[in-house]
Design a protein around this ligand. Structure first.
Ligand SMILES: NC(=O)c1ccc[n+]([C@@H]2O[C@H](COP(=O)([O-])OP(=O)(O)OC[C@H]3O[C@@H](n4cnc5c(N)ncnc54)[C@H](O)[C@@H]3O)[C@@H](O)[C@H]2O)c1
Length: 298
């Protein structure tokens, strides 16, 4: 950390997180952080999207209460800690800034360039990317050493894992603070090098793509392939149920990143996935993917 900074610029930032992107992951991370006692600002490009993100936090917390994993009073307290925002101005008060915007390198780079202008010198910058190189996201920053990958899983309230990914220039202190943040939110941390897809996304992409190829080639039906993965490997969900949850567009973007990174034909995207994305059959978030979902599905 530079000698010109205040001795502990974190002192006034304690337990405040600013989340950029109020979609599936941003709202899940917001709900989890609020449950852990953090003050949360959830930001998106429009008031409507930011508000919808906060509503989705509420929905996820209510569902957790129905499952009995949190109490109704924890839900009330957590909800009271989440505010919606548009614009990055309020990022200056946060100890941790988490970016959960779409999986496109140019979007994330532009966002972090802007975030850097608002962030307190004591804040760490975290990207929830599931596949993009942390080193590339950070490349244009004045201080690339403060950016780290902090990869949560969907649905955030139910998934225990967080992958922490240091870029080539990430400072060890930033990695430790990312680990402490994830641990404070009740997660278990796995550290991964900054290689395409890290550990989990690389495994997931191949699993889903192979299932799509089998369906495309007529090996079996989607229901039977899902059943085979569940009963044959004890997976809690089949690959088509899983990719509907993740988003088919996200899955295709991930496979493209793996292809770009390794140039290995095993990451060749099944044409079925690409045409479903073109048809806007993105999974749960669009109401239809491999399966159909009622309009109010979370
Ligand atoms: N969906 C998953 O299962 C999953 C799991 C782990 C990680 N991720 C990663 O998390 C990130 C977000 O994915 P998601 O599934 O939540 O996407 P999403 O499409 O549900 O949400 C992205 C949100 O970002 C907003 N956004 C776009 N540009 C913005 C900007 N300039 N400023 C602020 N907000 C902006 C969009 O309006 C949208 O609400 C991606 O990097 C993705 O790879 C996704």
């Amino acid at each position: 950390m530079s000698a010109s900074l205040p001795s502990d610029p974190r002192a006034s930032l304690q337990h405040r997180v600013f989340i950029v992107g109020a979609g599936i992951m941003g709202s899940g991370i917001a709900a989890q952080a609020a449950l852990a006692g953090w003050a949360v600002t959830l930001e998106d490009v429009s008031e409507e999207l930011a508000r919808r993100g906060v509503e989705n936090c509420q929905r996820a917390l209510d569902a957790a209460a129905r499952r009995g994993t949190v109490t109704p009073s924890q839900v009330t307290d957590a909800t009271g800690r989440i505010e919606a925002a548009i614009g990055l101005r309020r990022a200056d008060a946060a100890e941790v800034i988490v970016e959960a915007a779409p999986e496109k390198l140019e979007i994330k780079r532009a966002l972090f360039h802007e975030i850097e202008a608002f962030a307190s010198p004591g804040a760490i910058l975290a990207s929830n990317t599931s596949s993009l190189p942390i080193t590339s996201i950070a490349a244009e920053l004045t201080d690339p050493g403060r950016l780290v990958g902090v990869h949560f899983f969907n649905p955030v309230l139910q998934m225990e894992l967080v992958e922490v990914i240091p870029g080539l220039r990430t400072r060890p202190e930033v990695v430790e603070r990312a680990r402490a943040f994830a641990t404070a939110l009740g997660k278990k941390v796995v550290l991964s090098k900054d290689t395409p897809g890290f550990v989990t996304t690389r495994a997931l992409a191949v699993l889903v793509n192979e299932a799509a190829w089998m369906l495309y080639e007529g090996t079996s039906s989607k229901e039977e392939i899902d059943l085979a993965y569940k009963l044959g490997f004890h997976h809690p969900m089949g690959p088509f149920e899983l990719v509907d949850l993740v988003g088919l567009d996200t899955a295709v973007s991930i496979l493209d990143v793996l292809w770009d990174g390794f140039r290995d034909p095993k990451y060749r995207v099944c044409p079925l996935l690409r045409s479903m994305v073109a048809a806007k059959q993105l999974g749960r978030k669009s109401g239809e993917g491999f399966y159909k979902y009622p309009a109010a599905a979370p």
